[in-house]
Ligand binder design. Structure first.
Ligand code: GRG
Length: 272
């Protein structure tokens, strides 16, 4: 934790960011850099340690994602008590501290990016902010139920934008060509959609113990989901189609022989 952060705030930020989680976004970021030839260690690397810049980008994105989960779980939003297999932060540290820990993670993430990877600040900011994740979350606040087109638009912003930005930022920091970055961006859009479809399926099929968060919430809240709109079988087929489209994008750019496809398969086949 950086110097000068008051201990209770540092503890609250660490509680959520070290709680585990699948680390999909940082892994995707690192795999994208790797797919285009990597971001080799250099003397200018993170903090003068020689570590690749992409590590700072991957960590910053995971911090932004963790902030979004903390705020999403607050009583004013989803009001959830379990996340990453632990009580949510506001349950253990109080609402005020949970809000501040989220604010702290978000701003510290941009501090990291500004210092180590200023070339991707605007991409990550656009994905995390009102055009992206925050906008998607606003569309998801209870109001009129969304139809299928609006549901996809909402998910592309709320979940898809940061997943895409993880991959795009990794490819840029890894110095991919324009064609490679575009292919990774197209594939990541499909990964984001597949991730959300599978998330909706697991919300129906899995348990809170396996997921590490409350299962069955969507149905209980009467929210439109892929299974509620299309049924479970069709939803699974749609997730597989996303994977096929992602594969085609990667193949066209000569990137099929990378970790990216394995990540895509895991997204579709995952059980938690
Ligand atoms: C509060 C601004 C703000 C945004 C919240 C991401 C998000 C936006 C809310 C999470 C709500 C949710 C359950 C969305 C569905 C898909 C999703 C993003 C799940 C959580 O991401 P995972 O499964 O979490 O990657 P882990 O814990 O594995 O990192």
């Amino acid at each position: 934790m950086p110097d000068g952060v008051p201990a209770p705030l540092a503890d609250a930020m660490a509680y959520s960011v070290t709680a585990g989680g699948k680390r999909l976004r940082p892994i995707l970021c690192l795999a994208s850099a790797d797919a285009v030839g990597g971001d080799p260690p250099s003397p200018e690397g993170v903090g003068g340690t020689g570590r690749p810049r992409v590590l700072a980008v991957a960590c910053a994105i995971e911090m932004i994602h963790t902030y979004s989960l903390i705020h999403d779980d607050l009583p004013a939003m989803d009001n959830d008590t379990m996340r990453r297999g632990r009580p949510t932060l506001h349950v253990v540290a109080g609402e005020g501290m949970a809000i501040l820990a989220g604010d702290g993670l978000l701003t510290e993430a941009f501090y990291l990016l500004a210092r180590h990877a200023p070339d991707v600040v605007s991409i990550v900011a656009s994905a995390a902010g009102p055009r992206g994740m925050v906008g998607g979350q606003a569309m998801d606040l209870p109001s009129e139920p969304l139809d299928a087109t609006e549901l996809e638009r909402m998910h592309l912003k709320k979940t898809g934008a940061l997943i895409s930005a993880s991959a795009i930022a990794g490819a840029i920091v890894g110095e991919g060509t324009e064609t490679q970055v575009a292919a990774i961006s197209d594939a990541a859009r499909e990964f984001g959609l597949a991730f959300q479809i599978v998330d909706d399926i697991l919300d129906v099929e899995s348990t809170s113990a396996v997921l590490g968060k409350t299962a069955g919430k969507d149905a209980a809240a009467g929210k439109p989901t892929y299974p509620s709109l299309y049924g479970l079988d069709q939803s699974r087929a749609m997730a597989n189609q996303c994977l096929q489209r992602a594969e085609a994008h990667l193949e066209a750019a000569g990137l099929a022989d990378s970790y990216l496809l394995a990540i895509g398969r895991w997204i579709v086949e995952r059980r938690h």
